[in-house]
Design a protein around this ligand. Structure first.
Ligand SMILES: [Zn+2]
Length: 108
């Protein structure tokens, strides 16, 4: 991976964490660095999936990825998180960082 790719990669991990935190703070009334059990599980799951993604070198392939990144349950949860936190982050974070994530969730 090039440095640039690596940077985008780390950014994506950061974004997931920020989004889940935002959501959890609002919906589950947690504070600062704390997450409720459910959201913590979701975060760990998301980071794990990112780490395991076989196509992280070339994100374009996410569309054709045969690996089921998110199981149904987790997909529903992360969708809710993104629906809530996504629009709130779009101004502070460039949109490209969402692309990979969105592709992961959209696949059939
Ligand atoms: Zn929560």
């Amino acid at each position: 991976m090039t440095n640039k790719e690596l940077k985008a990669w780390n950014k994506e991990k950061e974004i997931i964490e920020i989004m889940i935190k935002k959501y959890c703070h609002k919906k589950h009334r947690t504070k600062k660095d704390n997450l409720c059990e459910e959201c913590n599980e979701l975060l760990e799951y998301s980071l794990f999936r990112l780490e395991k993604c076989p196509f992280k070198k070339n994100k374009k392939f996410c569309n054709f990825c045969k690996v089921h990144c998110y199981n149904k349950d987790m997909r529903e949860k992360i969708k809710k998180v993104m629906r809530y936190s996504g629009p709130r982050l779009i101004f502070s974070h460039p949109i490209f960082v969402f692309k990979h994530l969105i592709q992961k969730i959209k696949q059939k």
